[in-house]
Design a protein around this ligand. Structure first.
Ligand SMILES: Nc1ncnc2c1ncn2[C@@H]1O[C@H](COP(=O)(O)OP(=O)(O)O)[C@@H](O)[C@H]1O
Ligand SMILES: [Mg+2]
Length: 263
């Protein structure tokens, strides 16, 4: 199994799910097979790939990761094929909301996802994990299982403020449970070029983070109503509306990430 990338930000609505959907689809379109993991009880990634979160019994992340192996409903990870070119999904639904409680009763609860992923025999080139908008046990599991973190940042002031807390949490995970975890980079999202403030925030990101050794991707993801449409059709914008700036941005991000991994 190839590199595992967790897409993380404790702020909701910054484009985590859109980033996972477009990155995973983009990898597979570029000929690199990908396993996308929905780790959000809201099941947004599952929905945006056109699956009904409540009809995936036998395949959900909850059954594979949270239910202990001796539980009658436990199921090893059994990813669903999303489309023909090498893209798979481990879906999630509201059952996963119980993970916080269920995992608390288990030993080594930070490593439940890592263990579950180890049981997957698909020879994928990349794994991309969509995290919930919290820094709770699910996100900690993603950070414990991942090789790298990708952070979508909404290009507004409030998004910037939450970043320090996120970076501290990543530092904590590195110190205590996953020393090999790296930060792949920050990617500006929801960008509107008509709003001067968005431009300022992008400039601030580029000024503040590279000197700390944190990459800011060249790709910037423009805001567009087509994202909502795409999510409703079960196809990410890179495939649904490939010409719009948001899709072009995600294609650029795909290329930048592939280049970082030398493929
Ligand atoms: N670049 C974008 N432009 C406009 N809307 C977007 C964009 N990216 C995502 N969205 C929409 O904004 C909402 C939040 O995005 P989402 O990816 O679900 O964020 P998160 O996973 O961080 O909560 C969703 O309805 C999604 O369809
Ligand atoms: Mg989401």
């Amino acid at each position: 199994m190839g590199p595992i990338i967790a897409v993380v930000n404790q702020k909701g609505g910054v484009g985590k799910t859109a980033t996972v959907a477009n990155l995973a689809w983009g990898f597979s379109m570029a000929g690199h097979s990908c396993l996308a993991v929905d780790l959000d009880p809201q099941g947004s990634l599952t929905l945006s790939f056109g699956f009904d979160p409540d009809a995936q019994t036998g395949h959900t992340i909850y059954e594979a990761m949270v239910l202990p192996p001796d539980h009658p409903q436990h199921h090893p990870m059994d990813p669903l094929p999303v489309e023909t070119t090498g893209l798979w999904l481990v879906p999630a639904n509201l059952d996963l909301a119980a993970a916080e409680l269920d995992l608390n009763a288990q030993a080594a609860r930070e490593f439940a996802l890592k263990r579950a992923l180890q049981s997957v025999s698909l020879p994928v080139d990349f794994v991309v994990i969509d995290c919930p908008p919290t820094l709770g046990i699910l996100t900690i599991n993603a950070l414990a299982a991942a090789d790298a973190v990708l952070i979508p940042v909404g290009t507004n002031y409030l998004s910037l403020r939450g970043l320090q807390l996120l970076l501290r949490s990543i530092q904590g995970v590195r110190a205590q449970i996953n020393p090999a975890l790296t930060i792949l980079g920050l990617v500006g999202t929801m960008y509107d070029r008509r709003i001067a403030h968005h431009h300022d925030v992008m400039q601030q990101l580029r000024r503040l983070f590279p000197p700390q050794g944190i990459r800011v991707f060249e790709a910037v993801i423009a805001r567009s109503v087509r994202f909502e449409e795409a999510a409703m059709t079960g196809t990410p914008v890179v495939a649904y509306a490939p010409g719009i700036p948001g899709a072009v941005g995600y294609q650029q991000l795909v290329q930048e990430v592939l280049a970082l991994y030398g493929v």
